[in-house]
Design a protein around this ligand. Sequence first.
Ligand SMILES: [Ca+2]
Length: 472
Amino acid sequence: MDSSENTSPTGKRPNVIIILADDMGHGDVSLYGNTLIETRNIDSIGREGVKFTAGYSTAPLCSPSRAGLITGRYQQRFGFEQQVSSGAYPERREVREEDGSLAPIQGEAEYLRRGVPTTEKLVGEIFKAGGYKTGVVGKWHLGHAPQFQPQNRGFDFSCVFYGNTSLQHTNPEDPDMISLKVDFHDEAKDTAWTRHGLNGVRRNGQLIDVDQYLMFYFRDQVLDFIEQNKHEPFLLYFPMNSPVPPLQVPRSYFERLREGIPNIAKRAYNALVLAQDDVVGTILAKLKSEGLDENTIVIFVSDNGSAESRPGSNAPYSGGKYTTYEGGIRMPYVMKWPGRIQPGQVYEEPVSTLDIVPTVAAACNVPTASTQPLDGVNLMPYLKKEKAGVPHEALFWKLAGYSAIRLGKWKLYMEPKKGIAKLFDLVADPQETNDLSAAEPQIFEDLNARYAAWDNSLPPRAWTNISHVFKK
Ligand SMILES: [Ca+2]
């Protein structure tokens, strides 16, 4: 590649900011149809760049989805099919196989072995080797043994909790804060409503006290990182701790929606999304005030859909978190790169969070390891219409009883343990209600064969099902 192609007029390679929402549904963003609130800052990324209308994560669940995004490879290629942990003290719970029997490894040893193996290169490692300053702020959830921690995996700066979620605010009695419990997740002991154990916040590996609304604390860490690295190219990965519960939201946001949203859970949830959108806006404003916005690639995407038991919206799709229906995996997904991506572009071919690493690596002239072929592709030639065809012939999903393959407009949805396999035409039937497997037997067979070939190419998963706590 011509190395001058992707540098700014000042000769500086672009910065990269990857913002990942946690459990934000497709229909939670106004650019994607939410009429209850206006997420004007998230929307602005799509309006000033590209809005993907078929943008997928690699799993309907946090850890595996993040493992795919951060490596650019299907996480199943390194056995990473399921959560690394849930809760503050996962090691205190027993782990069972799918047949109900006790898994062979229990306790701390089980959880210390879960993570992205060191044979894989994370985006931090790739960009640090490429001469970038690298940072991560927010929810890690990719393993907590030393070899899996961000400061040991290419990130110059890290401010994260390792677990699946942490309290936004440690004093639920605070009159300026609204705290709501909305579903069974909130009753799982030690899961969401603590900031202990894996939910504790760590700065470069050291446990710290945070006496601030956590989402806003993370925002300030991001602003500091930008400030400190504004003179050299940087990559920042910002996996936000929202809008996943605990549903704790500043009362000012909640009150603003009192008139428009009568349902209290929906109001609090959308208030949380609004606060999140403001955080995104503050970061975009910082880029602008530092004169960095013209030379920064900004991506916003979610890791998986909202759980159907929660007040989030996966509209117009069916299903949600945990399932491979569109509601679990089809994400709000926007990207801007001023001067390179045409503003207001809407891209309808299927793309994946797998494409983030190859796209930003190519944009920044950062090499990726040829020994680890990426499953994602560089999207820029497609967005600039330099390349014909589609980025992906097929996309695949597999975890814990749910699988799928998308090929063109066709989708094969599977729950293999139950013998369920349904064929949908996503263009005619985006809500996946009309099973065409009997009407289109050849397509059904073809997709089954393609999925089986992919599945057969994978190693066994590296750890078994998580604790029964989240079995519905
Ligand atoms: Ca998630």
